[in-house]
Ligand binder design. Sequence first.
Ligand code: OGA
Ligand code: MN
Length: 218
Amino acid sequence: MNAPLTPSPIEYAETFDRIADALHGPGYTILPNALPDNLSLALREHCQSLHQSEFKIAGIGRDQEHQLNRSIRSDTIHWLERGQPAVDSYLDWTEQLRQAVNRRLFLGLFDYESHYAYYPEGAFYKKHYDAFRGQTSRVLTTVLYLNPDWQPCDGGELLIYDGEGRVLERVRPEFGTLVIFLSEEFPHEVLPVNKPRYSIAGWYRVNNSLGDAIDPPR
Ligand code: OGA
Ligand code: MN
C-alpha cells in the first residue's frame, strides 16, 4: 500500500515551523523535499497527462496584453482546481500551511491560488515582482518544482534578488524543491530553459475584496 497522499498536520509541524521562521527572518526559504515524494510524483504525472490545449498563455498582472506578455514570459499555465486526487492533496497541504503560518505570524492569509507552469525549450520569465505594495492581495509566493534529474546545463534556474538587485539565490528547479517568499519583497526571474520544465506556482492572498469581487481578477 502506498502511503496516503495527504500528510497530517502533525507530521508537518516541523516543516511549517521552519517556513514561518524563515518568513519572519530572511523572508524566503528553499526546501528540498518539503512535500511527500509520492505527492510530488502524482502531481508531476497529472501535469504531464494534461493535453497541451489545457495550458494557456499566461497573463501578467491585470492586463492581458499577450504581445507584451510574450516578451516578458513565455511559459504556459493551467490553473489548479479541486477534483483530482493529487491536486486535492496538494491543496490540502497548502491549506494546512496557510493555517500554520497564520497561527504563527498573523499574516491573515485568506486563500491560495495556484497553477501548473510548463516552460517549453527556450522559455523564460524575465525579472519581476509577483506583487506591488498596495496594489495586489498576493502576499506569499510558492513554487514547487517537478523535474527529476535537472542538470546545471538544463538552465531554467530561478534567480532570487534582493531589493538592490543583488542575486540572493540561484535555485535549480529540481523535483520536490519548494521555494517560498514574500511576494512584495523579492524580484526574481526564470532563466531560459534548455528542456521542458514543470512547476506549480501559487500565491497566498489576503482578502482585499469589496463585496463579492475577489481582487485581483484572474
Ligand atoms: C511565477 C514565477 C518562478 C519559477 O510564476 O511568477 O516567478 O521558478 N515562477 O517557476
Ligand atoms: Mn513570479
